[in-house]
Design a protein around this ligand. Structure first.
Ligand code: COI
Length: 355
């Protein structure tokens, strides 16, 4: 009940007359952090049960210097987006899929995790409390970032004794700094993102800092992002630092199979379903890097990224260019997805959860 009162307090703070935050330029949202009003926090002690969480004002959190997450990287994150429909209703895109992925990741990282119901409830409360930060239709979305961290103190290597589930949100627009311009990818031939038997298939925080070196190096050379190859054969494409990858050849759409080294993106899975619905043949399989040479289209998918067409790929000093136009198949798939997310196209799959 106290949580419900929090929500009522939060929505009266927002006020129906003041539906949008006014200290923000909705036409120029990138992917920078804009702090919002509230975050949700729920804790779990030694009994491995998450108890009732609550909304707090957004701000710094207190952690022991010996927290498991700070010392041994015991942490997971998720990402989903909330949208404003044309009719003022508010929606989250497939949050149950994030809940399930966090539960699978938590098993891998020896952490307890919130139930799907607790997870979705926390996301709804966070979005509702921050609703004035959800961009107007067509201007962007409210990116919702759930975290699960080992917050209990620890010294020897072991799972932490306490866990914190936290959800915060930020309004966002395009992920890449050049907006919707086609990406120029660099194929990394020194570092790998993930190894067999590692944790590349879960959204562990430990998968992200190790790619920063490749990413910064590539960005300094003018590339948008990095495409990684598998670590065994150094031949099969895996994923990009912040998103999955697809290639199209005639009517066949292919994406690397999730064999333990690739993150099973929710946008990836949604695009597979949309493409099959539109009569494309979809294959999840190992894709040798040479196949990039004669692909008709290459594109990236992710929650933060959406769908981003690839304009060029550079591998061992050779640059392959792809045609770009507004007739690309990937843009057709994307407009289907965006149409569902904005409530313009019928949501036959039941992906949108009204808040
Ligand atoms: C997302 O797409 O939501 C992600 O988690 C990727 C992140 C690197 C921004």
């Amino acid at each position: 009940a106290s949580s419900l009162q929090e929500i009522i307090k939060a929505s009266s703070y927002i006020g129906r007359d003041d539906e949008f935050a006014n200290d923000i330029d909705w036409n120029n949202l990138g992917f920078g952090l804009t702090p919002t009003d509230y975050m949700y926090i729920m804790k779990c002690g030694r009994d491995d049960e998450f108890k009732q969480g609550q909304l707090n004002r957004y701000g710094n959190i207190e952690l022991s210097p010996s927290a498991g997450v700070l010392n041994y990287g015991q942490g997971l994150f998720e990402g989903t987006k909330a949208y404003r429909g044309e009719d003022k209703r508010l929606f989250l895109f497939r949050p149950q899929q994030n809940a399930i992925r966090m539960q699978i990741g938590a098993q891998r990282m020896c952490m307890p995790s919130p139930s799907t119901e607790q997870f979705v409830d926390a996301l709804k409360k966070t979005v509702l409390a921050n609703r004035r930060w959800i961009p107007p239709p067509g201007k962007g979305s409210l990116y919702v970032r759930p975290l699960l961290i080992g917050s209990g103190p620890i010294l020897g290597l072991a799972p932490a004794s306490e866990y914190t589930f936290l959800v915060f949100a930020s309004p966002v627009g395009n992920y890449f700094k050049d907006g919707t311009a086609p990406l120029n990818l660099y194929v990394e031939d020194e570092f790998h993102r993930s190894t067999r038997g590692g944790a590349g298939d879960v959204k562990s925080i430990t998968n992200y800092a190790p790619v920063l070196k490749s990413l910064s190096r590539a960005r300094n050379r003018g590339f948008s992002d990095v495409l990684y190859l598998d670590s065994v054969h150094k031949r099969y494409i895996e994923e990009v630092s912040s998103c999955n990858v697809f290639i199209l050849k005639r009517n066949v759409l292919s994406t690397p199979a999730t064999n333990g080294t690739i993150l099973e993106g929710i946008t990836r899975n949604s695009i597979i379903e949309i493409a099959r619905d539109l009569a494309f043949q979809v294959e999840e399989r190992p894709i040798p890097v040479e196949e990039l040479l004669d692909a008709d289209e290459v594109f990236c998918t992710g929650t933060a990224v959406g769908i981003a067409p690839v304009g060029s790929i550079t591998y061992k000093g050779n640059r392959i260019e792809y045609k770009t136009s507004n007739q690309l198949v990937c843009l057709r798939l994307y407009s289907r997805l965006v149409g569902i997310q904005r409530g313009i196209i019928e949501d036959k799959m039941g992906w949108m959860i009204e808040i």
